[in-house]
Structures are given as structure tokens and as C-alpha cells.
Write a protein that binds this ligand. Structure first.
Ligand SMILES: [Zn+2]
Length: 113
């Protein structure tokens, strides 16, 4: 996922990101930005749990600091979703082919259409 896609997924305006040096973020950056007084998440303002430097065409290098939830949301958005029934059918088929007894427990909210 390139920086433009990532910003689109997070609905972030590149102009709102802080300028960063033109290099990759390192352990010292992480300690400074995510330490006892973490910088705010660029998307929601909660304390950031990850940081990276991204290059955005027309904006240069910028810090992208994200909280856990926004980081996970960005990673999961846009992924194709598979209906639960298809996933269960694939699991059952694989278990049958492997001659394995399989019990599948599904969390109730996931089972709802
Ligand atoms: Zn956030």
C-alpha cells in the first residue's frame, strides 16, 4: 500500500501531517514520539502507538503517527471481504480433505448477515 492509498484509507489530508526528515523512522524516533508522552494519532487524536515517515508527492516526507485502532483500521480497509459461509465451507472442506475432525465456534456478531 503506498502512502496515497494509506492516507485515503484514513481520510487524512497530507497538509495536516508534520514534516519529517527524509529517511526511515528509527528506534530513537519511536522512543521520542511514542514514549511517555506520545504524539497524537494523525487520524483521531488518541495517543499514537506507531510512527513512520512517509513520502507524499507534493508534500515531501511527513510523520504518520497512528494509534492502534487507526493502524489496524487502515490495514484492514479495502481488503476484500469473504462471506462467513464461504470461509466456513472452505474450512470444512480442508478438514474433510485432511481427514480431521473439526469443530468451528463462531462469535455471534460475526454470524449475523
Ligand atoms: Zn487513531
Amino acid at each position: 500500500m503506498d502512502a496515497t492509498d494509506l492516507l485515503l484509507r484514513l481520510a487524512l489530508d497530507p497538509a495536516d501531517l508534520k514534516p519529517a526528515p527524509s529517511r526511515a523512522a528509527n528506534a530513537q524516533d519511536a522512543a521520542e514520539r511514542l514514549g511517555p508522552a506520545p504524539v497524537p494519532c494523525a487520524a483521531c487524536g488518541d495517543p499514537a502507538r506507531s510512527t513512520r515517515i512517509i513520502h507524499i508527492s507534493g508534500h515531501g516526507h511527513c510523520w504518520l503517527d497512528l494509534c492502534r485502532d487507526c493502524m489496524l483500521a487502515a490495514a484492514n480497509r479495502g481488503n476484500p471481504t469473504v462471506p462467513l459461509a464461504d470461509t466456513l465451507a472452505a474450512l470444512k472442506d480442508a478438514a474433510r480433505k485432511a481427514d480431521v475432525d473439526l469443530t468451528i465456534l463462531v462469535d455471534e456478531p460475526l454470524a449475523r448477515p
